[in-house]
Design a protein around this ligand. Structure first.
Ligand code: 5CA
Length: 439
């Protein structure tokens, strides 16, 4: 993508309204624009990151056996009256009246709707186990929307819902999601620690929050310090195998949110007290929704029983903020490779100089032809401005092309994360990126 043909409205000044780094950087890097409190437009760069995150989430959900669907954002109040949650949800729920005076709502979550889908189509234990997920916008009229996309009112969530014949099978479904979540967050470059948690308005008695440690996090959290050294991608996972031992390995290490913390459960010298961002939350709640909504199947004995359920959420749009909180420096964002909006930023530092233009165009062509996403700064702007913008938007690799280098037959290849620079030939830079450096 040539920057002169792109839309990247970066800001020079630091926005006053933003209190934390991720919010500031998302505004400065031209990723989002606030439309009203807690509601954002996603500009091209932000939208790319959101899609990248979605893709990793989707791949792990699919690998675990969950199946993608898409339910609407607008739901009928009648469905929520049947579960008893229409009144319970209170002011957080955005209620809407349509032209026929029918009560509707903008969904804050989808337990009722998906349970009703299963009620209609699933009649026998033979169709189970079943786990259906979607990636869809939610609305919660939060009292205090803040920190940009971290606590929005409209936000993108991946929510999955599992349906099983009995409690043991439901636990298997829970374990699959538990492991898929650990892998998802690790692939996004985050260390997310599963912590025993309260269930709130979703309900049930087994629940884990996945928390990324960050000073700006909204939750107080406690964990065993050995968590800090864990690498969950170390071992390959077969989702068809018994995952209970793996889940036990991770849940044996102490970790709890403030509400669930027990100071006697762990020696003080082994404890880390920190703040954290909740990026995922999983629940097992048995028949809480299937009973009132009538989602019943016949079991092997021919009896009609309510299905056992769990639900599993990931804050997809919140993750954009969480990743930036975990990965930035004074100059800007430092994207982990798997979520970077482009692989490479290519800066022509002397736009209009024939030799520089030819060298930059050539590299751009080669990298693009090889399938890399390249953002090519071909603006007629000062070198300093181009370099500052590249650091701000945080692409993992930068290639800088200037008149001095072009004369000597070299370009500068820079790794954004370490700041490490190499002056090498254009060919060597292209080869380094193509041989895995930037994919
Ligand atoms: N139905 C269940 C699981 S699908 C559910 O709604 N769980 S939740 O309330 O915990 O939300 C799931 C995830 O969405 C949270 O872990 C969090 O990462 C994200 N989330 C929740 N509220 C917000 C918000 N106001 N802004 C951004 N992300 C949010």
């Amino acid at each position: 993508m040539r920057l002169t043909r792109y839309f990247l409205p970066t800001l020079k000044e630091t926005p006053q309204e933003a209190q934390i780094a991720s919010h500031r950087l998302m505004l400065r890097a031209g990723m989002i624009r606030q439309e009203s409190a807690g509601i954002y437009s996603w500009l091209p760069l932000g939208h790319r990151v959101l899609s990248r995150i979605e893709q990793v989430v989707r791949e792990e959900q699919n690998a675990s056996g969950a199946i993608e669907v898409l339910m609407p954002t607008i739901q009928s109040a009648e469905l929520w009256r049947r579960s008893g949650r229409y009144d319970d949800y209170g002011k957080e729920m955005l209620r809407i009246i349509d032209r026929h005076e029918r009560e509707m709502l903008y969904g804050p979550t989808n337990e009722e709707m998906i349970t009703d889908i299963v009620r209609q189509f699933v009649k026998s234990y033979r169709t189970l186990p079943l786990n259906l997920y979607h990636i869809q916008w939610k609305f919660r009229d939060e009292v205090r929307p803040r920190f940009g996309v971290m606590r929005g009112r409209e936000f993108l969530m991946k929510d999955a819902y599992s349906f099983d014949l009995d409690a043991a099978a439901a636990r298997t479904a829970y374990n699959k999601m538990f492991v898929a979540y650990l892998r998802t967050f690790a692939r996004l470059g985050l260390k997310a620690i599963p912590m025993r948690a309260d269930t709130g308005p979703i309900g049930g008695d087994l629940s884990h929050e996945f928390i990324v440690l960050a000073d700006t996090g909204e939750s107080g959290v406690f964990c065993d310090k050995r968590w800090l050294e864990m690498d969950v991608l170390e071992e390959a996972v077969d989702f068809d195998s018994d995952l209970a031992p793996l889940v036990k390995k991770y849940t044996d290490l102490y970790a709890a949110t403030e509400e669930k913390h027990d100071p006697d459960a762990i020696p003080a010298d082994q404890l880390v007290a920190a703040r954290g961002i909740e990026v995922g939350h999983i629940f097992y709640f048995g028949t809480k929704y299937s009973k009132p909504l009538g989602a019943m199947v016949t079991n092997q004995e021919g009896q009609l029983v309510p299905v056992e359920m769990g639900s599993y959420g990931i804050g997809v749009s919140r993750l954009v903020g969480a990743i930036i909180e975990a990965s930035h420096d004074d100059a800007g964002i430092v994207w982990p490779d798997p979520v970077a909006p482009f692989h490479v930023g290519l800066a022509n530092l002397r736009q209009g100089d024939e030799a520089c233009d030819a060298a930059a165009d050539g590299i751009y062509q080669q990298l693009t032809d090889a399938g890399l996403d390249v953002l090519y700064d071909d603006r007629d702007a000062r070198a300093g401005e181009k370099l500052a913008d590249l650091d701000l938007i945080g692409l993992p690799w930068q290639i800088q092309i200037g008149p001095r280098g072009v004369k000597a037959g070299t370009v500068e290849l820079k790794r954004r994360r370490t700041g490490e620079k190499q002056e090498i030939s254009a060919e060597a830079a292209v080869n380094a990126l193509l041989s895995g450096g930037a994919t």
